[in-house]
Design a protein around this ligand. Structure first.
Ligand code: PLP
Length: 456
């Protein structure tokens, strides 16, 4: 059988509706041409993000009824802690309300002003926390990751060991509290890191006494790519691959809103007792008791169950292949996308889609707005707006100017994705009529969330 039908059936439905073209034109104008500022009820198919937009299983919903809402020592926390220890192999776990809560803790604990934090491409919230702690992010991903056309590289998220070692030699290992390795790399297009690279990064880091911290947010998708692309792992289970991946890390931050298949939650995990002690002291200030960290008991139960479900091969195969299904339709129709297609999203190359719109007129932002207006489909910008400004106030101006079509887990069927593909393909045929944007309001940090624009 060639077709890969959804490995679930639908027990409850959430109605969605498509507004008229006139209404959509008005809504996107009111939203300042920023898809983050649209109301959910005005969106037909919402592929803004896969973060917290997952559909839980009957087993997870059943778990909600077992919520132990004690202030301290909740049963559900014990379950979540034991699940993380078992699946990831870390000794200590600290709960947080979502991934950035964990990023805040690890950055505050380990980064001192003047330090450098290498990483395989930046992520918005991750880098913001590193910089707020006084550190400087340094990109050490392989060059090919910045080239949206290179589709011959199976692990485009890999760390460039030469770049990493050059940084160590330049600034000295004592100035590097840890390397942050994202598995997969969101901003490179959901590109995975190979097991061989994780092993090498760990070995090199240990030679210099540098910690390795994973951004574990999409680690199960990464494990799926290792299984299908790294020959020696073809027969290994997803759980075994995940376990081995994390054996090459000293700790991790995790957003449960992605591969945890829940709507809210996160954690910090570490093997270091000292880091753990500092994190438990700090989590009380920022998140809540070290036995809930901002999550309800019922949320922690659903999270523990979601993590275990995520290790199912039929689940993760469908999840990643569904993303590929959308991507392939766009490729076949000649729409420029980042290749190979990553694990959670299809990234449309807005520079190539709109060659007549210069980066200073925000091609990806303009394209995301046009997609909504054309079809009611909500996507998001991942380009110069998301990249923000450096300490001197200069735009980061990344090479990649992308529109992200991010697929929530277990929410949409193939026919929803057919609609999305059709919409983008149609718009590609009319691309000449899409113009650029300019700022109306630019917020000081994470400007992509609330910035407002007008059409030129
Ligand atoms: C979403 C995300 C985060 C932050 O997690 P939140 O739960 O949204 O705070 C960190 N890193 C990556 C790669 C992410 O995709």
């Amino acid at each position: 059988m060639r077709s890969l039908a959804e490995p679930y059936k639908i027990k409850m439905v959430e109605p969605i509706a498509l507004l008229s073209p006139e209404e959509r034109r008005e809504r996107i104008m009111e939203a300042g041409y920023n898809t983050f500022l649209l109301r959910s009820r005005d969106v037909y198919i919402d592929i803004l993000t896969d973060s917290g937009t997952n559909a839980m299983s009957d087993n997870q919903w059943a778990g909600l009824m077992l919520g132990d809402e004690a202030y301290a020592g909740s049963n559900n926390w014990l379950h979540l802690e034991a699940t993380v220890q078992e699946l990831f192999g870390f000794r200590y776990v600290v709960p947080t309300h979502q991934g950035r809560g964990a990023e805040n803790l690890i950055s505050k604990i380990l980064i001192k002003p003047g330090m450098y934090v290498p990483g395989n491409m930046y992520f918005t919230t991750t880098r913001a926390h590193q910089e707020m702690a006084g550190g400087s992010f340094v990109d050490v991903i392989i060059d090919e990751a910045h080239d949206s056309k290179r589709d011959d590289i199976p692990f485009k998220g890999n760390v460039d060991l030469a770049k990493y070692e050059a940084l160590i030699k330049r600034v000295g290992p004592e100035k590097i509290p840890y390397i942050c390795v994202a598995v997969t790399v969101n901003l490179a297009g959901g590109q995975p890191v190979s097991m061989a690279n994780l092993r090498d990064v760990y070995a090199l880091s240990k030679r210099y006494g540098i910690r390795v911290i994973f951004d574990a947010t999409r680690c199960v998708e990464n494990a799926y790519f290792i299984k299908v692309r790294e020959p020696e792992y073809g027969d290994a289970s997803i759980a075994a691959i995940v376990k081995e991946m994390f054996s090459y890390a000293d700790g991790c931050t995790m957003s449960g809103k992605k591969d945890g298949i829940v709507n809210m939650g996160g954690f910090l995990a570490t093997n270091e007792e000292d880091t753990y002690r500092q994190a438990t002291a700090m989590v009380v200030v920022y998140e809540g008791m070290p036995s809930y960290g901002g999550m309800n008991g019922r949320d922690m139960e659903a999270f523990a169950r979601g993590l275990r479900e995520a290790m199912s091969f039929p689940y993760i195969r469908h999840r990643v292949e569904q993303v590929g299904y959308l991507g392939q339709q766009l490729i076949d129709a000649g729409v420029p996308v980042v290749r190979p297609i990553g694990g959670h999203a299809v990234f449309v190359d807005a520079r190539e889609f709109l060659p007549h719109v210069p980066q200073g007129e925000f091609p990806a932002q303009a394209l995301a707005a046009a997609i909504y207006e054309h079809s009611g489909v909500r996507t998001m910008e991942r380009g110069i707006i998301s990249a923000g400004r450096d300490k001197e106030g200069k735009d980061y101006a990344p090479k990649l100017e992308l529109v992200r079509c991010t697929i929530p887990r277990r929410v949409y069927t193939s026919s929803h994705l057919d609609y999305v593909a059709e919409a983008i393909i149609e718009l590609h045929g009319e691309r000449d009529r899409i113009g650029g944007l300019r700022w109306v309001y630019e917020p000081p940090v994470l400007r992509f969330f609330t910035g407002r624009f007008e059409r030129l």
